[in-house]
Design a protein around this ligand. Structure first.
Ligand code: ADP
Ligand code: ZN
Ligand code: ZN
Length: 732
């Protein structure tokens, strides 16, 4: 043991492990998956033991001893260790950073893996016995009492989800002795309410059976069905069987998909501890949820992409909801796909995986076509809303009024007169994307980005959506002094203002990142929409996900062209998904919705397939295009990005990499670029990129490995900010 070498993954940009001698004292044998406190450079850091080796390539006297063993037991079991090693390899990301990303923040520090207390609130006996009437006009207090009666105890995170502005009334309840504060070691969401699973329709039943049949082996199932077709019900009943078999379940959702409605549905259905992992948690709560999953106490884990790293002693099923959603991919630092890692994890664990979507990604559809994934399709059920009727509006040569064509305006009036709600989708915040001087043609640019300022009329400000800098509206043109500054183009704020004038009586509301910034604002708006206080809804992609608007009978896509003429090869896929998702938010049983799509390209072949047939037909045509262009999923990409304050540096650095690649074995890999990024300057830095493309994965990854090795010795690589993105979602 004395000559044992600890090979440790240390959070450092270096793509290798570091050798240490054991610390002077160890309370338990050294096992892979334990954390050690280490001397590193002039400081110290926490690393994860990967293996205990007998020899080091370095002479023993050069090795430093670790300072302390932090965990008596490994934090990750062998399966998770293998998954993380695989991820480090596949994404060519430093192992120490991969392991750090998989740990809750508190465990990246010197802390013990035990969990501190979590504050929560519960009713006292008096509180339980207090009648509704005795609260008088303290409605909020009564609501809190009801919630506590229903749930037993609640933490701050849970209360934030369930109730708005709960802190002050809660303090009053505590002061009156109706509620007590407790510190609990750990807590999972649980509800005393329960609901009974409905009998499944035949398609749902087949899906649940298919998942069940794969219980003892890996199988990926694509569950395809529009919003409301019963996908979540399939998850719930498949999960019930897995829980009954004594196994745990992991459910991954996109950031915006983790709505209170979703987990209320879970807590009502299952009488077992459920751990939530999302960005709203503080560090302690995150550690708590993670520990409960790891100990096996939590039987279900619902979380966003990083939850794919949650240790589970008895995994039985993984579900990825809205598998096409881009937020399942981490876009900075360790750039991994939560969905793809879920596939890898399920295969390693030998358990079934369900990918659910109304608009599956082209990657997933190609895998289904190739027979790698099994398809379960949920048709809309009889008696349910008939599928919305999509129609294109050719806006060429039409007089547009605030971006709206006469046919769309007429349809809005028609639907409003008949008592329906109207939803207008425009994926552009602010009043106008450009502010222009009518005298001299000056345009307000962000000084730090190659981008126009977005004009916010109500606040009288100019804001850059790329670096978040903002400034007051200049009183006159800075170039010629003219007062004639005009906003050009449509944003949601402008649309809102224009519609106020025309349809104010119907109630106009705007839902975007600006109007929902204040906590609880979103819930308030949604509630008012459900009460029909607003009948004209304007929104960005925030509206396309998660929420359902049963009274909406007309959906207007104000500008479909954004997605058709972008340089990004995925833009049309995203646009089609967005249109279908927005359309799916509308309507209810017996009422079919109408969807009008404004475009300058009514003959665009992909758009026609979508409108005249359906998403499937669109996707098949889009896949044909991808095959011809040799783009993913028919090829594999890796993107190297570089950025610097000096304009020439990123291009020079990437050219150097390109030359290095030429000297390495690179058969089968195309090297495209380097080119400046489409928006070259952002937040004061110039950006460029080099794209590697290959029909096969293996040569691409071999080349990347060799290239990264060369780069370790390259002094230029240490001076510039660069990153590698394997399977990038965004190319520009
Ligand atoms: P999705 O996840 O595809 O949007 P859901 O599972 O949420 O669909 O189902 C939509 C609605 O239909 C929900 O209110 C759900 O409770 C209900 N539902 C789903 N399946 C059934 C079923 N077999 N019988 C009755 N109601 C169902
Ligand atoms: Zn001017
Ligand atoms: Zn900017």
């Amino acid at each position: 043991m004395s000559s044992a070498i600890l090979r440790i993954a240390v959070p450092s940009p270096l793509r290798r492990l570091f050798d240490y001698l054991p610390p002077p004292q160890m309370s338990a044998p050294a096992l892979p998956g334990q954390r050690f406190l280490l001397p590193f450079g002039r400081g110290r850091c926490v690393g994860i033991l990967m293996e205990v080796a007998e020899h080091s390539e370095l002479p023993l006297e050069k090795l430093r001893p670790a300072l302390r063993q932090l965990d008596p037991q490994p934090l990750f079991d062998e399966g998770m260790m293998a998954l993380l090693r695989w991820a480090s390899d596949y994404y060519h990301h430093p192992p120490g950073e991969v392991f750090a990303a998989a740990l809750p923040v508190l465990l990246r520090q010197e802390r013990p893996a035990q969990v501190g207390g979590i504050r929560c609130w519960a009713l006292t006996e008096t509180g339980k016995a207090t009648s509704d009437e005795s609260f008088g006009r303290a409605h909020k207090q009564r609501q809190l009492q009801r919630l506590l009666l229903q749930h037993g105890r609640l933490t701050a995170v849970q209360l934030n989800e369930l109730s708005e502005g709960w802190r002050t009334p809660m303090k009053r309840l505590v002061a009156q002795g109706l509620v007590c504060e407790q510190e609990l070691p750990c807590l999972a969401l649980r509800s005393d309410e329960s609901d009974q699973p409905p009998p499944l329709n035949p398609a749902q039943q087949r899906a649940v059976d298919a998942i069940d049949a794969a219980r003892d082996g890996f199988n990926t199932l694509l569950l395809e069905g529009v919003t409301g077709s019963g996908k979540t019900e399939v998850y719930l009943q498949a999960i019930a069987r897995v829980l009954a078999a004594g196994r745990q379940v992991l459910v991954l959702v996109p950031e915006i998909g983790l709505t209170p409605q979703l987990y209320q549905r879970f807590t009502r259905r299952f009488d077992c501890p459920i751990a939530l992992l999302h960005s709203g948690l503080n560090d302690n709560e995150r550690l708590c949820a993670w520990s409960m999953a790891r100990s096996g106490e939590a039987r279900i884990v619902i979380g966003t992409r990083s939850a794919v790293f949650t240790p589970l002693p008895e995994p039985g099923l993984i579900v990825v909801d809205e598998e096409h959603d881009a937020s399942l991919k981490q876009q900075e630092g360790f750039r991994y796909s939560g969905r793809d890692l879920a596939v890898v994890r399920a295969r390693r664990e030998g358990i079934p995986l369900v990918l659910g979507s109304a608009t599956p990604s082209l990657e997933t559809l190609a895998n289904t076509q190739a027979g790698r994934y099994q398809l379960s399709h949920l048709p809309e059920r009889a008696g349910e809303a008939t599928p919305p009727n999509l129609r294109l509006i050719d806006v060429r040569q039409q007089p547009l009024q605030d971006g709206l064509s006469p046919p769309l305006l007429q349809a809005m009036r028609h639907h409003l007169e008949r008592g329906g709600q109207v939803l207008l989708f425009l994926n552009r915040r602010g009043f106008a994307p450009t502010l222009l001087c009518h005298e001299c043609g000056w345009v307000s640019h962000c000084s730090r980005c190659d981008a126009h300022h977005t004009y916010y009329a109500r606040q009288g400000r100019l804001r850059c959506h790329h670096c978040d800098s903002e400034q007051r509206l200049p009183p006159q043109c800075p170039d010629c002094g003219s007062l004639d500054l005009i906003p050009v183009g449509q944003g949601t704020e402008r649309l809102e203002q224009a519609l106020q004038e025309q349809f104010g009586a119907a109630g106009v509301v705007r839902i975007d990142r600006d109007s929902t910034r204040r906590k609880g604002a979103m819930d308030t708006m949604l509630a008012a929409i459900h009460r029909q206080e607003y009948r004209v809804l304007i929104g960005t992609q925030m509206l396309a996900k998660g929420h359902h608007f049963p009274d909406v009978t007309l959906v207007g896509i104000v500008d479909a062209d954004q997605g058709l003429f972008s340089q990004d090869f995925r833009a049309s896929e995203r646009m089609a998904q967005m249109i279908v998702q927005v359309a799916g938010r509308a309507g209810r049983a017996g009422r079919s919705g109408e969807v009008l799509i404004q475009t300058h390209a009514p003959d665009h072949p992909l758009l026609r397939r979508l409108v005249e047939e359906d998403y499937r037909a669109f996707a098949m045509a889009a896949l044909d295009e991808r095959r011809e262009a040799e783009m993913p999923p028919y090829s594999h990409l890796a993107l190297i990005r570089a950025e610097a304050v000096a304009q020439a540096e990123p291009m020079a650095f990437l050219s150097l990499l390109q030359q290095t690649i030429r000297q390495l074995p690179h058969a089968g890999v195309f090297v495209l670029g380097p080119v400046p990024a489409l928006m070259e300057r952002r937040a004061g830095r110039y950006r460029a990129q080099l794209l590697l493309q290959s029909a096969q994965r293996a040569p691409l990854h071999q080349l990347l490995r060799a290239l990264l090795q060369q780069m370790e010795g390259m002094k230029e690589a240490r001076k510039i900010r660069w990153s590698l993105d394997v399977d990038p979602l965004e190319l520009y």
